[in-house]
Design a protein around this ligand. Structure first.
Ligand code: SF4
Ligand code: SF4
Ligand code: SF4
Length: 277
């Protein structure tokens, strides 16, 4: 299990521990202030920061070595995520009692596209997301956003899964959990940092993909779906295989396989990936 499970899971996966959604956590004034200013200070500033780091990285990759660990550590206490396959998203949604579809801050920062693919989720308390300052998006009121029931949330996220979007869960001052996201590499600040800059802002999922060599016909459809470049085609065998060091366990490649040759296994049982987060 990942570091957050050990610290905040109380024997469960951390995102299934209802204490991490609790109203008492929301009462912390520092957290309330962070939530209010989230879009402006984290996403807007975050986009500038990541773009600056990407330029720095292109000029001199070694410069980043010095700040990598400190940056990740700081973000672990502030706003950190974990990839979740669809089945785990369904488990989270089943313990939450409200969900509202919010605009994606990263896509807005990237190209001013308002894509409502983030889900503010809460358990046993008034909606925390009503405190978000939405001026960033030209002041729509949170009340205007879709309040959805569990089935609706799952149906929409299933559709996004088919489109190849990667699902993730997020803290707002760890361990408080507030959102499920559906992301793509080109616009997601967290993925750009985690994958492009090798400065993780999210853990890999508790699972990892495997390809059944008996079923794989080598069609290579799955290669185009993986946003982490974790699937390799082995020409000599005419089949594909997963690179266990690169696989984030998002599970979206499964949908692309006409032979149903890809499945997820528990990361902790994998001989190579069990300690790679
Ligand atoms: S983490 Fe993903 S869904 Fe959430 S705001 Fe960023 S790109 Fe959008
Ligand atoms: S190979 Fe791994 S990272 Fe790539 S899509 Fe499949 S589960 Fe996700
Ligand atoms: S999509 Fe399925 S059958 Fe095609 S290469 Fe990938 S694992 Fe093999």
């Amino acid at each position: 299990m990942c570091e957050f499970c050990t610290q905040h899971g109380e024997g469960k996966k951390w995102y299934l521990n209802v204490k991490n959604y609790a109203a008492e956590l929301l009462n912390d004034p520092k957290r309330r202030s962070m939530i209010k200013n989230f879009y402006k200070e984290v996403v807007d500033q975050g986009n500038n920061n990541i773009t600056r780091l990407e330029k720095m990285f292109q000029r001199d990759p070694k410069l980043l070595e010095r700040i990598r660990e400190a940056y990740t550590q700081e973000m672990k206490s502030m706003h950190f995520g974990q990839i979740l396959p669809l089945e785990e998203v369904a488990k989270v949604v089943s313990i939450c009692n409200t969900a509202v579809r919010l605009p994606c801050g990263c896509r807005w920062a990237y190209n001013k596209q308002e894509a409502r693919v983030c889900f503010g989720i809460s358990f046993g308390m008034p909606d925390w997301f009503s405190e978000l300052d939405m001026d960033f998006f030209g002041s729509p009121d949170v009340a205007q956003f879709d309040h959805l029931d569990r089935e609706q949330v799952i149906a929409i996220i299933k559709e996004l899964d088919k489109q190849g979007m990667v699902h993730s869960i997020w803290t707002f001052q760890t361990p408080f959990i507030g959102a499920i996201c559906n992301c793509e590499l080109k616009s997601c600040l967290a993925m750009r940092s985690t994958v492009g800059l090798q400065m993780p802002l999210m853990f890999k999922s508790e699972e990892i993909a495997k390809i059944d060599a008996e079923k794989c016909t080598g069609c290579q459809e799955c290669l185009h779906t993986c946003q982490f470049n974790a699937i390799e085609y082995v020409e000599a065998d005419n089949r594909s295989q997963i690179n266990p060091k690169s696989c984030f366990g998002c599970g979206v490649c499964r949908e692309s396989c006409p032979e149903e040759a890809i499945h997820l296994v528990e990361r902790r049982t994998h001989p190579v990936a069990s300690s790679i987060w």
